[in-house]
Design a protein around this ligand. Structure first.
Ligand code: HEC
Length: 149
């Protein structure tokens, strides 16, 4: 009887390592176990990670304009192009600034556009509604920690 109980606990520990024990690892399963179409929200609060920013902001808010061959300023923000077109890439409007300068949100043109103080053009998303401060803060945090992919 005691042996069976131990086995049950051990089995639970093993199961927890693989897939969680009685819930609690739903985030990982959500993010990895379910095929996510572009624009689909993986659920849960936004975090300061590239994946989360893509899912919560770039795909749903920006790709209406920033996608395909005629994307404004040549900036495509769909999931397969956004990272390589943002990080360490010169802005088209103000080429002396990087769109995303890893470790330096304040000098990243993306942030200037989102906060509405860019030297050229309009605040993004064009025409609004604009991102709230909390959302922009998470994007700033992602850049300030080095803009990891
Ligand atoms: C309604 C269309 C539209 C939407 C939606 C939109 N943009 Fe733009 N974006 C533009 C246009 C047009 C330009 C060029 C003119 C300007 O800057 O005002 C531009 C320019 C930019 C630039 C400057 C690129 C460079 O290299 O200089 C950035 C950065 C940018 N957008 C980011 C975003 C982000 C991030 C979002 C989503 C939060 C977004 N935009 C949503 C139309 C849009």
């Amino acid at each position: 009887m005691r042996f069976l109980k131990m086995g049950g606990i051990a089995g639970c520990v093993v199961a927890a390592l693989v897939a969680g024990c009685g819930g609690g690892s739903g985030d990982g399963l959500d993010a990895n176990g379910r095929p996510l179409g572009e624009g689909e929200d993986p659920g849960g609060p936004m975090t300061a990670s590239f994946k989360s920013i893509q899912a919560k902001v770039f795909t749903p808010v920006c790709t209406g304009c920033h996608a395909g061959g005629s994307a404004p300023a040549g900036l495509r923000l769909d999931a397969s192009n956004s990272y390589m077109l943002l990080v360490d890439v010169d802005s088209a409007e103000v080429p002396s600034l990087k769109r995303v300068k890893p470790g330096n949100a304040t000098n990243s043109y993306l942030i200037h556009k989102l906060e509405g103080h860019a030297a050229v053009g309009a605040r993004m998303p064009l025409g609004g509604p604009y991102l709230d401060v909390a959302t922009i803060t998470l994007i700033r945090q992602w850049i300030d920690k080095g803009a990891p992919q």
